[in-house]
Design a protein around this ligand. Structure first.
Ligand SMILES: [Zn+2]
Length: 610
């Protein structure tokens, strides 16, 4: 890990874009259930999409790039979670007021200003994740800020918008989406690019997540909060990174991204020293007429082709490692893959691994005019796909001579690196939503919200008092389960310390042992803890029930019945004791508890025997 002076010398600047799903009773512009169901599929819709011009009439680079793919999109729809609004067959209903209220609470937490009126905009979406081709979004806050270690971090904009569909699968021709996710209210919080180290980016991401949870109205679980990081260094490029799976590795991935850019700059310098050049593609299919290379044989059957390109001066550079397990060749390959091929082969790789013979290489070199420190790359596959793939590969190879490209990249949690996703999106993708009228905001109401906005100081004070254990209270404040804790404590008379310890420690253990803890809903948890508080079940039964990961309250009841988990107490307990002959108190307790651990409260038994 480098220190902050290392990053300041590089001119490192970074900002965050946080997307958080809100926990509301229905979706943003329709009455559908905003929780993922993925069970009752009721149909599917198919669409083909093309690029749409934005407000300025321009089609931006990312739009053009995606539309070049010409893919079909399939949208799975689900009972109670998909309606005609979601699949764009009906205009949006009225804006969800509950979602707007939560969004304004968030705006208040960041001490933002609000616009006089809310204007719904359409933001062009080209990856097909919205059947309409756009996402509805509205700015709800501007000029806010937050603090981290006494540093002011401006939050210039906060948006309330629709969540996109969840991707199920994709190949060259078809992308399949689930629409249950589509239209869930989502808040987007952007920071200015003032974060000066990867560590700081991570800390701010953690803190924003924590602040959002103070509202108690955000969804939890995998994918409910997403952090996109944008960053740049002085001589490099502005890059956006998406798809972080966990916050703990954000800094490590950013560190590697900086190294990648620095290495690309070094390679560029070397390429310029060598007067490197990228040539036009040549059809070299005939070189592989009798090849024993499985990949090439497979790719060239049924009229497939092989294209080769001379890369003058690229020897040793295309295969140079720029990140763990990534080379310049990987960057070029990422571009080519967009056309639906599996990747490129280049001359810094071992040709044996593809079973390409020395004889074939010799002929190939002759055909491509490879000399001295030249390299080559090959693309094979069906004609159209390989042609567009080799063109994309050439574009990327030429960029290597010029600069680090501005891109949207995908985080790779396993290797702690990133890979190319698409060129960076420009600003030409917004236009007004004509189906929704602008809506005035009540400034007086917002001022009141600001006064009563939840804050960290008040929350930690309350938690310390309730839980009576400072360490647990601190952990609870930072936990994604804080809203759940608040709900349980609010709705039942259960001991807050027991709830905190259970949510923080027991559930962590359960997760480690492979249980699907994230599938537990707040309804289920509140129900189980209330059952304990009311004396219907014992402490031990709470754990036993939750371990079964019940999906709903009915399932909790079924588990209690099937496993006979009802608490034995009072007269019932006295009667139970009559069945034991043991005279020694300690031994008796042991015997009862080993048989009725899930039904008898140890303390009650103890005091009864006294
Ligand atoms: Zn709907």
């Amino acid at each position: 890990m480098h220190d902050s002076s290392y990053y300041s010398k590089l001119g490192f600047k970074s900002g965050l874009e946080i997307h958080q799903r809100l926990a509301t009773s229905h979706k943003l512009f329709c009455a559908c259930n905003p929780n993922l169901t993925e069970e009752d599929q009721i149909g599917r819709v198919e669409r083909v999409q093309r690029a749409v011009a934005g407000e300025t009439g321009a089609v931006d680079a990312s739009t053009r790039f995606e539309s070049g793919k010409r893919r079909n999109f399939i949208y799975n729809s689900f009972r109670d979670a998909t309606c005609l609004v979601d699949i764009d067959e009906e205009p949006p209903h009225d804006l969800n007021k509950e979602a707007l209220d939560v969004a304004l609470q968030i705006v208040a937490i960041f001490d933002s200003k609000i616009p006089d009126e809310i204007e719904v905009m359409r933001k062009g979406v080209v990856d097909g994740s919205d059947p309409s081709g756009f996402q509805r979004t509205m700015q709800v806050g501007y000029n806010g800020y937050m603090e981290l270690n006494r540093k002011n971090i401006p939050i210039p904009t906060i948006f309330l918008e629709e969540e996109s569909s969840g991707i199920v699968s994709q190949d060259e021709n078809v992308v399949v989406y689930n629409t249950d996710r589509l239209g869930i209210p989502l808040v987007e919080i952007d920071t200015d690019p003032v974060l000066s180290t990867p560590q700081e980016v991570k800390e701010v991401a953690y803190k924003i997540g924590m602040l959002l949870r103070l509202t108690g109205k955000v969804q939890r679980g995998i994918g409910t909060i997403r952090q996109d990081v944008n960053l740049s260094i002085k001589d490099g490029a502005r890059v956006e990174i998406k798809g972080f799976q966990e916050l703990d590795i954000v800094d490590a991935i950013i560190e590697n991204e900086v190294e990648r850019q620095l290495n690309l700059l070094k390679l560029r310098k070397e390429l310029l020293n060598r007067h490197a050049q990228v040539y036009q593609p040549i059809d070299v299919t005939s070189v592989f007429g009798g090849t024993s290379s499985k990949i090439i044989k497979e790719n060239t059957k049924n009229g497939g082709v092989v294209y080769g390109v001379r890369l003058e001066g690229f020897e040793g550079i295309i295969g140079h490692e720029i990140n763990p397990n990534r080379r310049l060749g990987s960057e070029i390959s990422d571009y080519a893959k967009v056309s639906g091929i599996k990747g490129i082969i280049h001359s810094d790789e071992e040709m044996e691994k593809y079973s390409i013979s020395q004889e074939e290489i010799d002929v190939l070199k002759q055909r491509l005019d490879i000399k001295g420190r030249d390299a080559f790359m090959l693309v094979s596959g069906q004609k159209d796909a390989s042609k567009s793939a080799i063109e994309r590969a050439i574009i990327r190879a030429k960029i290597a001579l010029k600069e680090v490209p501005s891109e949207t990249r995908m985080a790779d949690s396993k290797n702690l690196t990133t890979r190319f996703l698409r060129p960076i999106a420009g600003g030409s993708r917004m236009y007004p939503e004509t189906d929704s009228k602008p809506m005035e905001l009540d400034a007086g109401k917002y001022e009141k919200m600001k006064v009563s906005a939840p804050n960290i100081e008040a929350t930690i004070k309350r938690l310390r008092k309730q839980i009576n254990n400072d360490q647990l209270a601190e952990q609870m404040l930072k936990s994604p389960l804080l809203p759940t804790y608040n709900l349980i404590v609010e709705k039942s008379s259960v001991d807050p310390k027991f709830v905190a310890a259970f949510l923080l420690e027991k559930m962590k253990e359960m997760r480690r042992s492979g249980l699907e803890i994230d599938a537990l809903t707040d309804d289920v948890l509140v129900y189980v803890f209330t059952g304990y508080a009311n004396g219907d079940i014992t402490k031990n039964a709470v754990e036993e029930i939750i371990k079964q990961i019940p999906r709903n309250v009915d399932q909790v009841e079924r588990i209690v019945a099937d496993k006979k988990l009802t608490k034995i107490t009072g007269k019932g307990l006295k009667k139970l004791l009559e069945g034991f002959k043991e005279k020694d108190k300690g031994m008796l307790i042991k015997q009862v508890m080993s048989k009725y651990r899930l039904n008898v409260d140890g303390e009650e038994l103890n005091s009864l025997l006294k």
